[in-house]
Design a protein around this ligand. Structure first.
Ligand SMILES: [Zn+2]
Length: 326
């Protein structure tokens, strides 16, 4: 299924822009239309899977695995949005000290990811976790990141999409007040609209960027809406077939040129650790393949906040939504 929201005048605008910027020699407009690709990772809160984060030895194992992954991404010049829940952050506060910091230039791992590797740091919150008997929210995670020395992005790193759900995304249109702390976080970007438990294949796998209109019309663009959605594309497709198909369609002029197309690939941090060397090598192979596509000009590495800026500046904030089976 293919569904796109837009008006066609931007194509003419882009021709004019290309002329003015001296690109008239290259009339192949599809070359101006790469797919913007982001690597994402999540850690979670649930006891059974993340209990190791609560004791030092388990946390350090987890940290080493994450650090190796992040350094590998940097080596391939990939862009990465690290999206963290509370449990990991609390362990950073407890255990990132002394000789542990030697592997991260004397900084805690959150600062190292942001300051030394240049990656984006986004809150990720299921709003089911308790601290001191209270269910904390996205702003509490953002606060915790600040306490660790990093100003978090304005990206909501995952949210529940179905309109009937009590955790409706519309609440992010207002500043979020933390439950546990005197702190307010003002999100601007939504990423990763999912069904509860990723059930029934109901996650949103659109590519592109737009401003979701309202509760029952998430897929429609409203230029007056104050949140911006960055589509994930086929988030779990490690074969890259979905991405290859999108790139082919763009090259074959089967999709509107000079529109923004986005794709993310998600790494689940405990799966990486539990999968050992095999899992790491699988990821490095995926990243190498993506790197080749970057060098061939088919895709561009981009962080989520970064791609929203590109959307505004290069694409005139023109909405685009592309949906293919995933
Ligand atoms: Zn999660």
């Amino acid at each position: 299924m293919l569904f796109i929201v837009f008006s066609p005048y931007i194509l003419l605008n882009q021709v004019a822009l290309n002329y003015l910027s001296g690109k008239w020699g290259n009339l192949n407009l599809t070359k101006e239309c790469p797919v913007y690709v982001t690597i994402i990772s999540h850690n979670e809160e649930r006891t059974s899977r993340f209990g190791r984060l609560d004791y030092e030895e388990g946390y350090l194992e987890f940290r080493n695995s994450l650090l190796r992954f992040a350094n590998m991404l940097k080596k391939h010049e990939a862009k990465y949005n690290w999206q963290s829940e509370m449990r990991f952050l609390r362990s950073v506060e407890k255990f990132d000290k002394g000789t542990v910091l030697e592997s991260t230039n004397g900084k805690n791992i959150v600062r190292y990811l942001k300051e030394d590797l240049g990656f984006e740091v986004d809150p990720h919150c299921h709003e089911v976790g308790y601290v001191d008997g209270e269910i904390y929210n996205y702003a509490d995670i953002a606060y915790m990141m600040e306490r660790l020395g990093v100003i978090p992005s304005k990206v909501v790193g995952g949210f529940l999409l179905p309109p009937e759900n009590r955790h409706n995304w519309k609440k992010f249109r207002q500043p979020i007040t933390a439950v546990l702390n005197d702190y307010v976080w003002k999100p601007e970007i939504l990423w990763g609209g999912a069904a509860p438990g990723h059930r029934d294949n109901k996650d949103d796998f659109s590519s592109g960027i737009w401003r979701p209109k309202d509760k029952h019309h998430f897929s429609e663009h409203d230029e007056n809406a104050n949140l911006i959605y960055v589509g994930t594309g086929c988030l779990f497709d490690k074969t890259l077939r979905w991405l290859d198909n999108l790139v082919s369609k763009i090259k074959d002029d089967l999709l509107p040129a000079n529109r923004i197309y986005t794709a993310s690939f998600i790494m689940i941090e405990d799966h990486l650790l539990n999968g050992g060397e095999e899992s790491f090598c699988e990821w490095e192979s995926i990243i190498s393949k993506l790197s080749r596509k970057v060098h061939e000009g088919d895709i561009v590495w981009s962080g989520l906040s970064e791609v929203v800026e590109i959307w505004k500046k290069k694409f005139g904030a023109e909405p685009n939504r592309y949906l293919d089976k995933c």
